[in-house]
Ligand binder design. Structure first.
Ligand code: SF4
Length: 412
């Protein structure tokens, strides 16, 4: 936020150590700490630190810089080059500063720092586990479900998440969406009247400039049968500075625009992320969260509960928990499916229904999202259901009879 840009709810927060973050809900805001700043960047001015362009320009991409932020073991150094040959490293200074340098198992570190485990390819791993390329009628657009499409507009992201399902092309400049590809995608959508919902994704679409996004969203909005637009972005998590007042003003021209983001751990719920979500929500964007269940990061009911409760305070609705898919080199993140069910059971009844997302497996080979549920129906005999509630107590429910059922027959 520039010095001339003030929100109506802006109250000076300099006492809290973070210029530009409004203290508009003091009792809730206090639960969202301002992100620390690693020693490497302690002399960077606030004006630079809070600019997304500075964050983008100063991403950590080499092991020499990484080593100035966190200890790197000789083993990690030895495999770094090989791992990043397959999938680049890129970490914004903001996100890198969230890594606890004392904890080699820090969740933020696991999500962003390359590890030797990525080199272990399991027999079940796939290059394109969701068959997104197969279901492309034109390059850069997946059309699988009847009324919606997935439209890739860039393959860049501020942080290259180690668990990314699109490792096959994200961060690879040869896959960048060229003008012709974007034109062809928009022409396809315009020619298919059944498409009422466009998911704009990537990479991270917010890697494009406001003007470029404005143009793409404007062209989509000009198609009469496009009812809603969804933006899939991890910027609120990895580069919250990107969510400027100018950006949300631009978005609000194209409503209804839904934003789906991707928080995986409560440590990512900082004052900066809180502010990014506030701007999006104030601009009228409903926000949903798509968490990926990751071993060693969030495979713990208490962590997911804390995350989802924090998200609700940020006006972000927990929407999905994804079972980690079968992309190559992310096998070390995968949990048993039973872990996701255990998490669902620990949420249901124990916290707000709003904090209970769907747990889904995005089925290999393009099967789409399949909800995995815990069954609370113990039996269903006749019209009587036997149910177990969230804490294991048994209840019965008599459902209405079908028309004619139970009435005496003509012979009687
Ligand atoms: S932001 Fe999304 S697309 Fe980009 S690396 Fe992370 S998971 Fe992959």
């Amino acid at each position: 936020m520039s010095s001339t840009e003030k929100s109506s709810s802006d109250v000076s927060s300099s006492k809290l150590g973070m210029p530009g973050v409004p203290v508009f809900i003091p009792n809730l805001r206090a639960r969202f700490p301002v992100a620390p700043r690693a020693a490497l960047w302690k002399d960077v001015s606030d004006a630079e630190w809070t600019k997304w362009q500075w964050q983008q320009r100063n991403r950590v991409t080499t092991i020499d810089v990484l080593e100035k932020i966190i200890p790197v073991s000789p083993e990690e150094r030895a495999v770094f080059e090989e791992v990043t040959c397959h999938f680049h490293m890129g970490i914004t200074p903001y996100y890198a500063s969230l890594i606890d340098p004392e904890n080699p198992h820090c969740p933020i570190r696991q999500e962003s720092v390359p590890s030797a485990a990525e080199l272990h390819v399991l027999p079940t791993d796939m290059t394109d586990p969701l068959a997104e390329e197969r279901d492309m009628p034109v390059p850069g657009l997946t059309h699988r479900y009847p009324d919606r499409v997935l439209f890739y507009v860039t393959h860049n992201c501020p942080v290259y998440c180690r668990h990314c399902t699109r490792k096959r092309k994200v961060a690879d400049p040869s896959h960048s969406a060229m003008k012709k590809q974007l034109d062809d995608g928009i022409a396809y959508i315009a020619a298919h009247k059944e498409v009422r919902d466009v998911v704009v994704s990537g990479g991270d679409p917010l890697s494009l400039s406001d003007d470029r996004l404005d143009e793409i969203l404007g062209r989509l909005r000009a198609i009469p049968h496009v009812e809603i637009i969804r933006l899939g972005t991890r910027n609120p998590v990895t580069l919250p500075q990107r969510i400027t007042e100018d950006f949300v003003k631009m978005l609000s021209k194209h409503h209804p625009v839904f934003v789906n983001t991707h928080f995986n751990h409560p440590r990512e719920c900082t004052a900066e992320a809180f502010e990014a979500a506030r701007r999006l929500a104030d601009a009228g964007c409903p926000i949903g969260n798509q968490m990926v269940l990751l071993r060693g990061v969030n495979d713990d009911p208490a962590i997911v509960k804390e995350l989802n409760q924090k998200l609700l305070m940020m006006r972000i609705r927990p929407y999905y928990i994804y079972q980690c898919d079968l992309a190559k080199g992310i096998g070390h993140f995968r949990t048993k499916v039973s872990k996701g069910i255990e998490i669902l059971q620990a949420l249901r009844g124990y916290t707000s229904g709003l904090a209970n997302p769907y747990f889904v497996i995005d089925a290999p080979d393009g099967g789409g999202k399949i909800p995995i549920i815990h069954n609370y129906v113990v039996s269903h005999e006749g019209n009587r259901l036997t149910l177990k509630n969230y804490c294991g107590k048994t209840y019965y429910y008599e459902e209405p009879q079908d028309e004619g059922e139970g009435e005496p027959s003509a012979k009687e």
